[in-house]
Design a protein around this ligand. Structure first.
Ligand code: GLU
Length: 305
C-alpha cells in the first residue's frame, strides 16, 4: 500500500471555526492512524480577501489543536502559473470559452424566464446554470464586449467536456461515520459514487483577472501534492463531480474521497466564519480544554453552544 497523503486546505479569508477544527482533526487522526502524511495548503486565490494575518491565526489555531503537518505550506497564490498552464491545456482541447454575462444580467434573464411560469435549472449550490451569452446579448453587443475590455469569466463547455469521456465518471467515497477514521480496516470500507458534472452546467474555471477558480486549483494542487485521500466537509460533496471531470480531462490521478458531516450550531445553521463565538481563536482565549473538545468532536458528542 502506498503511503496515504492527506491535506487540510483552509482559505485564510477569516478565522477557523469549530467545523474547521473538526475537519483538520479528522485529517490529522486519519494520517496518524494510517502512518500517512498530512500537508497544509492555504487556498488563497482570492488575494483581496485572504490575508497573511488570517493565515497566521490559522497556523496558531492548528498548533493549539495539537496538529502537525509537513512543511512547506503550499500557498495557492504562489501557483498561478501552474493554474494558467492547466487552463491552457483545457483551452487547447477546445473546452473553454469566454463568457461575458454579468451576475446581474444572468439574474435578470432567469427572472424573466421564470416569470413565464417555468423554472430555470440551478446547480447544486443553487446558482442558475449559465444561459449562454447569445441567449441574452445581441450579436452586436457580444462583438463589442469581445473587442473591448469587458470583464469575462472563462467557463468550461460542459457538453463538449462530457463528450470526451470514454466511460462514466465516478469516485470512491469512504465511510461518513467519523469514528471509523481511527481504524485502518474500516477506512477501506467505501463505495463508488456516480459523478454528475452536468448538474453544474458550464462552470467557471477562471476569470479575466484571476487565472483559476477553486475547482481548477484544487485538482491541480491535489495532484501536485500527491494527495491520495481527500477528507473534507459534505458541503463540497457535489463539487467532487467537477473535480473528477477535470482530473480526467487533465489526466491527473484520482484520489479517494470522504465527505464528513458538517458541524452545526445549536440552531441547526451551518457554522460560519462570521460567527465569532465559535471561532477557535475565541475558544482558545476562553481557556477551553482542546483535548476535551477534540475527544468530543471525534466521538460525535460535541454540541456547539
Ligand atoms: N478551501 C476550502 C474551504 O476552506 C476547502 C476545499 C477542499 O477541502 O477541497 O472550505
Amino acid at each position: 500500500m502506498t503511503q496515504p497523503v492527506f491535506r487540510f486546505a483552509p482559505s485564510p479569508n477569516g478565522k477557523l471555526h469549530l467545523g474547521h477544527a473538526f475537519s483538520a482533526l479528522l485529517n490529522f487522526r486519519a494520517a496518524e492512524a494510517l502512518s500517512g502524511r498530512l500537508l497544509l495548503r492555504m487556498e488563497d486565490i482570492d488575494v483581496v480577501r485572504c490575508t497573511p494575518e488570517y493565515e497566521a491565526v490559522i497556523v496558531e489555531d492548528l498548533r493549539w489543536l495539537g496538529i502537525g503537518w509537513e512543511e512547506p505550506v503550499l500557498r495557492q497564490s504562489e501557483q498561478f502559473d501552474d493554474y494558467r498552464a492547466a487552463l491552457g491545456r483545457l483551452e487547447g482541447l477546445g473546452l473553454v470559452y469566454r463568457a461575458f454575462l454579468t451576475r446581474a444580467e444572468i439574474k435578470r434573464y432567469v427572472a424573466d424566464f421564470e416569470a413565464g411560469g417555468d423554472i430555470w435549472p440551478r446547480d447544486p449550490d443553487g446558482a442558475p446554470l449559465y444561459p449562454g451569452d447569445s441567449a441574452v446579448l445581441s450579436e452586436q453587443e457580444l462583438t463589442a464586449r469581445r473587442k473591448g475590455d469587458a470583464a469575462y469569466a472563462l467557463r468550461l463547455d460542459m457538453k463538449a467536456a462530457l463528450s470526451r469521456l470514454e466511460k462514466p465518471l465516478s469516485w470512491w467515497e469512504g465511510p461518513a461515520d467519523e469514528s471509523r477514521a481511527r481504524s485502518v480496516g474500516d477506512w477501506n470500507l467505501g463505495h463508488d459514487v456516480v459523478a454528475d458534472p452536468a448538474a453544474w452546467g458550464d462552470v467557471v474555471l477562471a476569470r479575466k483577472d484571476t487565472p483559476t477558480s477553486y475547482h481548477l486549483a484544487v485538482v491541480v494542487d491535489d495532484a501536485r501534492q500527491g494527495i491520495t485521500d481527500v477528507v473534507r466537509g459534505k458541503d463540497i460533496f457535489p463539487a467532487t463531480s467537477i473535480h473528477r471531470l477535470l482530473q480526467v480531462l487533465l489526466s491527473l490521478p484520482e484520489p479517494r474521497y470522504r465527505h464528513h458531516e458538517l458541524m452545526l450550531a445549536e440552531n441547526g445553521q451551518k457554522l460560519s466564519k462570521s460567527n465569532f463565538d465559535t471561532s477557535l481563536q475565541s475558544l482558545r482565549a476562553s481557556g477551553v480544554s482542546i483535548q476535551d473538545l477534540a475527544t468530543k468532536f471525534l466521538n460525535g458528542s460535541y454540541v456547539p453552544g
